[in-house]
Design a binder for this molecule. Structure first.
Ligand SMILES: NC(=O)c1ccc[n+]([C@@H]2O[C@H](COP(=O)([O-])OP(=O)(O)OC[C@H]3O[C@@H](n4cnc5c(N)ncnc54)[C@H](OP(=O)(O)O)[C@@H]3O)[C@@H](O)[C@H]2O)c1
Length: 327
C-alpha cells in the first residue's frame, strides 16, 4: 500500500477482504502523523503488525504489486512510479493523469512505459473517473455501434458527504474570488477529463487535436450542510461545474459535462454515443466514487498481474470484475 489517505485506506480495507488473492506486506505514507502507526489502527481495524513507513525501499523485496494513491499529477507521481519499476513491482494507481497520459503527458508516458518494459512490470492508472464512468464505460458501449461520430457524457454528483480532499478539490466553502484565483493558478478542480476523452477517442481510432476545458463555481442559493465544511452559506461556493470539448480536424467529437457540488439533486452518470445506432446509458443516482475507486483498484489487480508489461490503460485490459458473494 502506497498512500493512505481516505482512498488508500478504502483500498487497503477492501484488499484485506480478498485474502485468497492479496496479502498486504507493507504500507508507506509520507504523512508524519501516520508513520510508525499500525496499519490496522489507521483503518479502524484489528492490529496487523504492519507499521506505516516513510519509505518503501525496505519493503519492496517482499512485494509483487503496489496499490498507489498519493497524487493526481503525473509530474509528482513519476519518481514513485519509476522507483516501483526499478524494483520490479506492478502498479495499480489512482493517479488521474496516469489513466491516459498519452495525450497531455506523452514524454513522461514514454519514459514510464520504457521503464516498465525494461523491468517486465505493468502499470495501470484507474479509478471511478478517469478509469471507468467517462471512458471505460463509453468504450464498452461503443462496441455495439457500427460507428460513432460524437461522444457526450454527463456526470452530476452530490459532493455534500464526500471525503475531505474531494470537497476541497471542488472548492466547497471558498469565496467566488478565491475560486477564480485557484482556477487561474491551475491544478484545481476535477483532474482527468482530458485523459478520459483522449482515451475514449483513441480506443475508437480517433486522435484528438484539441481539448478546451472550463471550470465554473457553483454558488449556494441557500445554506447547504456539508460533511467537512459545515454549513456553507448563500453566496459561497458549494462545488464546481466543469466542461470539456474535444475537437478533431476542427470538428467537435466530444462534449463532457460534470457538476460536483453539495446538495446536487438527482445525481446521475450518462453516456450518449451519436452514431449508428445512437445509444445512451444513464446510471440513476450515479456511481458512488469512493467505493467505486477502491473496488476498481482491487479488482484490477488480477488484470495487471496477467497483463504483458508496459504502461497500460483501462482500454487495453480485460475489464475489471468484482467477486460474487452470496452473503
Ligand atoms: N482516478 C479516480 O477516479 C480517483 C478517485 C478518487 C481519488 N483519486 C485520487 O487518488 C489520490 C488519493 O486520494 P485521497 O483522497 O486519499 O488523497 P489524499 O488525502 O491526498 O491522500 C494521499 C496520501 O498519500 C500521501 N502521500 C503523498 N505523497 C506521498 C509520497 N511521495 N510518498 C508517500 N506518501 C505520499 C499523503 O501524505 P501527506 O498528507 O503527507 O501528503 C496522503 O496521506 C488523489 O490524488 C485523488 O485525486 C482518483
Amino acid at each position: 500500500m502506497f498512500g493512505l489517505g481516505p482512498i488508500g485506506c478504502s483500498i487497503a480495507r477492501l484488499a484485506m477482504t480478498r485474502n485468497s488473492q492479496i496479502e498486504i506486506v507493507g504500507a508507506v505514507d509520507s504523512n508524519a502523523k501516520l508513520i510508525g502507526k499500525d496499519l490496522g489502527d489507521i483503518l479502524g481495524q484489528e492490529k496487523t503488525g504492519i507499521k506505516i513507513q516513510r519509505n518503501g525501499k525496505a519493503l519492496y523485496k517482499n512485494a509483487d504489486i503496489v496499490l498507489h494513491a498519493t497524487t493526481s499529477f503525473l509530474a509528482s507521481a513519476k519518481s514513485q512510479l519509476l522507483e516501483f519499476c526499478r524494483y520490479g513491482l506492478d502498479v495499480v494507481s489512482t493517479c488521474e493523469e496516469l489513466a491516459y497520459p498519452w495525450y497531455d503527458n506523452r514524454l513522461i508516458a514514454e519514459e514510464i512505459d520504457f521503464a516498465a518494459k525494461m523491468n517486465n512490470v505493468t502499470l495501470l492508472g484507474t479509478g471511478v473517473n478517469p478509469g471507468f464512468v467517462l471512458d471505460a464505460l463509453a468504450v464498452t458501449l461503443s462496441g455495439v455501434c457500427e460507428n460513432v461520430s460524437e461522444i457526450r457524457a454527463t456526470r452530476i454528483l452530490d459532493a455534500a458527504k464526500r471525503r475531505l480532499p474531494f470537497q476541497s478539490k471542488v472548492g466547497i466553502g471558498l469565496s467566488q474570488e478565491k475560486f477564480k484565483q485557484k482556477v487561474k493558478s491551475g491544478n484545481f478542480g476535477h483532474i482527468g477529463l482530458p485523459e478520459s476523452i483522449a482515451m475514449t477517442s483513441a480506443a475508437m481510432g480517433m486522435d484528438v487535436d484539441r481539448i478546451d476545458e472550463r471550470i465554473y463555481p457553483k454558488i449556494a442559493t441557500s445554506s447547504v450542510k456539508t460533511k467537512h465544511f459545515g454549513v456553507v452559506r448563500k453566496g459561497k461556493v458549494i462545488g464546481l461545474v466543469q466542461d470539456a470539448h474535444a475537437y478533431s480536424k476542427s470538428k467537435r467529437i466530444a462534449t463532457y459535462h460534470i457538476e460536483m457540488y453539495a446538495g446536487a439533486k438527482d445525481p446521475y452518470d450518462e453516456i450518449e454515443l451519436i452514431g449508428v445506432p445512437n445509444i445512451s446509458l444513464r446510471i440513476p443516482s450515479g456511481t458512488p466514487g469512493d467505493i467505486a475507486t477502491a473496488a476498481i483498484v482491487v479488482n484490477s489487480v488480477p488484470r495487471v498481474v496477467e497483463s504483458r508489461s508496459g504502461l497500460m490503460t483501462v482500454k487495453d485490459l480485460r475489464p475489471a470484475s468484482s467477486l460474487f458473494t452470496t452473503s
